[in-house]
Design a protein around this ligand. Sequence first.
Ligand code: 3PG
Length: 306
Amino acid sequence: MKVLIATEKPFSKVAVDGIKKIVEDAGYQFAALEKYTSPEELKAAVGDADALIVRSDKVTKEVIDAAKNLKIVVRAGAGYDNLDLAACTGRGIVAMNTPGQNSNAVAELALCFMVYMSRNQLTAGTGSELKGKTLGIQAYGNVGRLVAGLAKGFGMNIMAFDPFVPSEVIEKDGVKVAKDLEELYSKSNFVSLHIPATEQTKGSIGYNLLSKMPKGGCLVNTARKEVINEPELVKVLTEREDLKYITDIAAGNQAELNEKFGKRVFATPKKMGAETAEANINAGLAAANQIVDFFKTGNKKFQVNK
Ligand code: 3PG
C-alpha cells in the first residue's frame, strides 16, 4: 500500500517526518512529491498511489483518472473545494478533510490582519485599536469560534451570522447573533470571512453587503478568494474611500486593487493561514492517521463525498 503526500506548498519537515512514521509504522510505503510546479508532475506521481494527502493542491478529474490504484484522498485542512468530489465518487474513492486541525493558525492570522490594517500596515501614522470595535464573524465553524475567543481578549464586541449553527450555540460564547448578513455588515467595523467556497457562496460578497459597512470598515478574508465578487469589490472601494480589504488569498485582480487602492488593501504573497508548524503537524498527522484507520478498520468518519 503506497501513501503519497503531494504538496505544492510543503508541510514543515517535522510534519513530514511524523506522517512518514505513521505510514511506515502501519506497514505501508511512504512517498512525497513536494514543491511540484505542474499538474503533469502530480499526475505522474499518483500513478501507483493507494492513498493521497494534499493541501490546497488541485485534485482534478485528470489527476483522479491518472491515479489508477487510489482508494482515499485526504485534504490535510478544512476547505476541500480543491478536490473533484464527483470524480472521486465516480471511482469509489473516499475523500476526507481534517476539520479543526489547522483552525487556530487561521484564527490567529485573522486577528493579526485586523491589527495590521488598524496600524497602517505597521508604517508611520496614527492607527486605531481593536478594543471596543465590533467584529462580525461570517460563519461560526471551527475558525469562526476561535476568532471570537481571540477577539474577546482584545475587548471587541462580537456578532456572528451562520444559518447552519443554532443561535444558542453562538450566544453561549457571549457572541451576539446577527439576524441576517445585512445586519452583520452594517454593524461591524471588521467582517471576518470563514465561509467555504461553494456554489452558494462563490461571488456572494459584493457591493450590496460591503457598502453597508460603517465608516472605516475593513473586510478580512482568510477564507477563499472565490467568495468575493471582485468587480464589485473594486466598485465599492472606489466609491467608499474609507473601506479596507485584507486577504490571505490574492484576488484575481490583486494588481488592479494594489494600484488603485494602495495601503487600503493588502494580500499575503502566498496563502499563509495554515502555515505554522503546529497546523502542519496537526493536519498532516491527522490525515495520515485517518488513512491508516481507513485501511485498517474502514473508518470513514471524516468522509466529505458521502
Ligand atoms: C484550509 O482550508 O485548511 C486552509 O485554507 C489551509 O490551506 P493550505 O493547506 O493550502 O495552507
